[in-house]
Design a protein around this ligand. Structure first.
Ligand code: DGL
Length: 264
């Protein structure tokens, strides 16, 4: 293992930064490459086959080029669909991001949990299985809010957050039978914790917003424990999209410690 081998975090856009933020807290010394597949954004409105082939292909090529010590699919949509396939193709350890239904089920008092994700995530059998395993006897309300992905992307470009879109996403859960009793909501898209403040204001203080970023960061730390980390240059952001895309996000990317920008 080269001490400067990076941890590669992968998402369709800026969502994985919510995972990177948690990773920085516990592994600040780890060299990181943050990869956003902007040319494929959004994933949430694509088919399972499109997502799986795209993600497996890209991660294969990125792993060959950058030789990461570990790959984190910092995207619920890609993880719930392609995790198994990517693990078959790559030899490096892969950490996925799956909806945090287990911790939400553990803290709810009312027994009514919400789940906000992309359209592709909320229909996955993977989510059905998590519900069956961890939320038996509870009610899980699901709502697809793909428009929040755009709002999060815009926020990180420094644009104002569209309050009407936030309101509509929250109403999508609240208006379902039992929705008035919600006390825990799973943010099942890595873009959504970037809107935690705005969503929290709209749900109100009695609703806990839960995401998996902290747990994922701890899993990465466990899997790399005892390894040597040496940075041979600035951490970088790469994209399948345009240089302008990264440039428009410069301020946010730099806040997350990403100082070199490249196209993939
Ligand atoms: N950040 C991705 C996720 O966690 C979704 C964004 C997209 O639709 O591309 O699901």
């Amino acid at each position: 293992m080269q001490p400067d081998a990076p941890i590669l975090l992968f998402d369709s856009g800026v969502g994985g930064l919510s995972v990177l933020g948690e990773l920085r807290k516990i592994l600040p010394q780890a060299p990181v490459i943050y990869a956003s597949d902007q040319a494929g954004l959004p994933y949430g409105t694509k088919t399972e086959v499109q997502i799986a082939t795209r993600v497996a292909g890209l991660l294969g090529r990125m792993s060959e080029r950058y030789r990461p010590r570990l790959v984190c699919i910092a995207c619920n949509t890609a993880s719930t669909i392609a995790l198994g396939m990517v693990r078959e193709v790559l030899e490096v350890p892969i950490v996925g991001t799956v909806p945090a239904i287990k911790p939400a089920a553990a803290i709810t008092s009312s027994g009514v949990i919400g789940l906000l994700g992309t359209a592709a995530t909320v229909r996955q059998a993977y989510v059905d299985n998590l519900e069956r395993e961890f939320a038996g006897g509870k009610t899980l309300l699901r709502h697809a809010a793909p428009e929040l992905v755009d709002v999060a992307e815009a926020k990180l470009r420094g644009e104002p957050v569209d309050r009407a879109t936030i309101h509509a996403a929250v109403a999508g859960l609240r208006s379902q039978p039992g929705g008035e009793s919600l006390d825990a909501v799973v943010l099942a898209c890595t873009h959504f914790p970037l809107l935690r403040e705005e969503l929290g204001r709209e749900f109100g203080p009695e609703v806990a917003l839960i995401d998996g970023a902290g747990g994922i960061a701890r899993r990465i730390a466990d899997l790399t424990s005892g390894q040597e980390f040496v940075r041979s240059g600035p951490d970088r952001a790469i994209t399948t999209g345009s240089a302008e895309y990264l440039e428009s996000l410069r301020g946010a990317l730099e806040e997350f410690g990403l100082h070199r920008f490249d196209r993939f």
